[in-house]
Design a binder for this molecule. Structure first.
Ligand code: AGP
Length: 595
């Protein structure tokens, strides 16, 4: 949440900062701003709105080869100009951007800044005012910066300009992502490597509680205790073309269309030399050595985890508990004797999941992270990483990462057990089935026109694995079309929720599970009798006359891979119909780095 860019070098900073911010817009898009060192002072340009709005405002005649940029997801204070970053100290000497949450900002304000008139409602402004205050007591900006950092409690990625030191960017990181990049004639900083691929693919990881003095030809990393750290460069394995929409109107549509390819890539990546599905032997040992698996995740990743539980229990006989990461911290269950923690996170940055990782690591338990982003915080901090190989997912609504998570979970569970299933073949059938559903977009669009045009709510129901896919269908719909939607276990409806069914209420029912198909069809009859507009999504082999959509046949355990596709498409077309911003829905951000 919130994206940071910074540039110091030989070129004009403005285009690099703006281009970088465009790439980071997925992290937040409430407001945006840049600050430029001009030699005669620092110029700030910021406003509520998107990077496109900022770009129109920026004066390209301002000459500057050093600057910082920010795109915001509001935590403290409404999204308006006053609360937008960069923030400046009272005298205007220091200018700073921040991603994270400073938990003790009110205390710091009381202890150090009583005489300072705050302009914004943000926790960030306290940091920059504090640095100015300390600069009068310390021997250098470096010392004031370090002292201020030691007083902060919370998470931060920071980039700062000092008007009196135009040759340096002051950088710091704690529990919020931040990387330094090394270009031929510049040094850069960004929340995500993709923002700076335009100038370099060479990056340096920063660790928590580190600060950096960045000059155009120098990177000096220090601990907050003042110890100098040396760290090697790594090459970012990202392809610029993966980051572009190409001819697609939305990233979400592009990413949905990539799903068959993602499954095939995963099968390749997890095939060993003899062509068999397998996972890294150390990870395999970790799974096999556990008497219980604790899956920790949020949102869509949590829904994938629910499906993963069935895979590990059925394929490998390993008992599994699935927990919502934000709840786990306060309410840790009684753990088994040999637990293994599996974190599922597309971004690898989700703060709710990370706080659990920190806790269980402190207790000495082994950890595995299943993520799409190599080198992300959770990937670096857990004992093992399993990759999703889905390619960058830019749309806030997760689609291809979900399908990748389900596929990799199936492979891991399969590798841990001894099943007769020809999983490799079944995954390839599933990839083809996904393609068939994607080729039927027009049909799904009609479902949306028939059912969702005037509605204010919708229900998704299913049983067994279909229930978990229903949860995901409902999340997708509410997230991008703002239609209030709920996913329910078919059997639960009559225990309360059926009271909400009125004339015309849309109900989407999944019927892909043979054993419970008659039961879910019974639930459909119950809601139809009460006026609901029902659509059944069934699967070849158990379809019945009148089903609205019949999915191609796949192995029953792999139906979530295919059944989710019409639901993704429903949410996409519903969002289009309502003229919503598909890729950047209101109030959300792709990478949720605050708890
Ligand atoms: C899904 O469409 C959402 N954007 C959201 O629920 C997401 O899955 C959740 O925030 C978890 O993110 P992660 O997988 O990056 O940890």
């Amino acid at each position: 949440m919130c994206g940071i860019t910074g540039y110091i070098g030989e070129q004009q900073a403005t285009p690099v900062l703006l281009e970088g911010l465009k790439k980071l817009e997925y992290r937040g898009y409430d407001s945006a701003g840049i600050a430029l060192q001009t030699g005669q002072g620092v110029v700030v340009c910021k406003e509520k709105g998107r990077i496109a709005d900022l770009t129109k405002m920026v004066d390209l005649n301002v000459q500057s080869t050093a600057g910082i940029g920010h795109t915001r997801w509001a935590t403290h204070g409404v999204p308006d100009r006053k609360n937008s970053h960069p923030h400046q100290s009272q005298s205007g000497r220091f200018t700073l951007v921040h991603n994270g949450v400073i938990e003790n900002y009110l205390q710091l304000q009381r202890d150090y800044l009583q005489e300072v008139e705050m302009i914004s409602d943000t926790d960030t402004e306290v940091i920059v005012q504090l640095i100015e205050k300390l600069s009068s007591e310390e021997v250098s900006t470096e010392a004031a910066f370090r002292k201020a950092l030691t007083l902060l409690h919370g998470s931060y990625a920071i980039a700062m300009l000092d008007e009196q030191d135009p040759d340096t960017l002051y950088i710091a990181k704690n529990r919020s992502p931040l990387l330094v990049g090394v270009g031929a004639d510049c040094r850069v900083v960004a929340s995500d490597a993709m923002a700076m691929l335009q100038v370099t693919d060479q990056f340096i990881e920063l660790h928590d509680e580190e600060m950096v003095l960045l000059r155009k030809d120098e990177v000096k990393i220090f601990t907050l205790g003042g110890e100098r750290m040396e760290r090697a460069l790594y090459t970012a394995q990202l392809d610029q073309s993966d980051l572009e929409k190409g001819t697609y109107p939305h990233y979400m549509l592009k990413e949905m269309d990539e799903q068959p390819t993602v499954i095939r890539k995963i099968v390749d990546a997890y095939s060993n030399e003899s062509g068999k599905l397998s996972i890294d032997s150390k990870v395999l040992q970790a799974f096999k050595g556990a008497d219980r698996l604790y899956i920790i995740a949020a949102g869509t990743s949590y829904h994938a985890g629910l499906i993963g539980k069935q895979y590990f229990e059925k394929f490998a006989g390993i008992p599994v508990e699935v927990h919502i990461s934000s709840e786990f911290g306060y309410n840790m269950p009684l753990l088994s004797k040999k637990p293994l923690f599996l974190f599922i996170t597309q971004s690898g940055e989700t703060a709710d999941s990370r706080q659990v990782l920190v806790k269980v690591k402190a207790l000495g338990y082994p950890t595995v992270t299943l993520t799409n982003v190599q080198g992300s915080t959770l990937s670096r901090e857990s004992d093992h990483t399993l990759l999703l190989h889905a390619g960058p997912e830019i749309a806030v609504a997760s689609t291809k990462a979900y399908v990748a998570q389900v596929a990799v979970l199936a492979i891991c569970a399969y590798a841990c057990g001894e099943s007769d299933l020809e999983l490799k073949k079944e995954l390839s059938i599933a990839a083809n089935a996904i393609q068939t559903v994607l080729d039927s977009k027009e049909d799904v669009r009609k479902v949306v026109e028939e059912t969702l045009t005037d509605t204010r709510n919708a229900f998704f129901i299913g049983r067994n694995l279909d229930f978990y896919v229903s949860l995901e269908g409902a999340l997708k719909l509410k997230e991008i079309s703002y239609i209030q939607a709920e996913g329910f276990a078919g059997g639960e409806l009559k225990h309360g929720t059926i009271a909400l069914i009125e004339e015309g209420t849309p109900v989407f029912a999944l019927a892909t599970q043979r054993d419970v198909s008659p039961n879910i069809r019974g639930n459909v009859k119950e809601v139809t009798a009460r006026g609901a507009k029902t659509s059944i999504f069934s699967i070849e082999g158990i379809q019945e006359e009148g089903d609205r959509f019949v999915l191609p046949h796949v192995h029953e355990l792999l139906t979530p891979l295919v059944a989710v596709i019409p639901f993704q498409l429903i949410s996409y077309y519903a969002a289009l119909q309502r003229e919503c911003d598909v890729d950047q829905p209101r109030n959300l951000a792709k990478s949720v780095t605050v708890e």
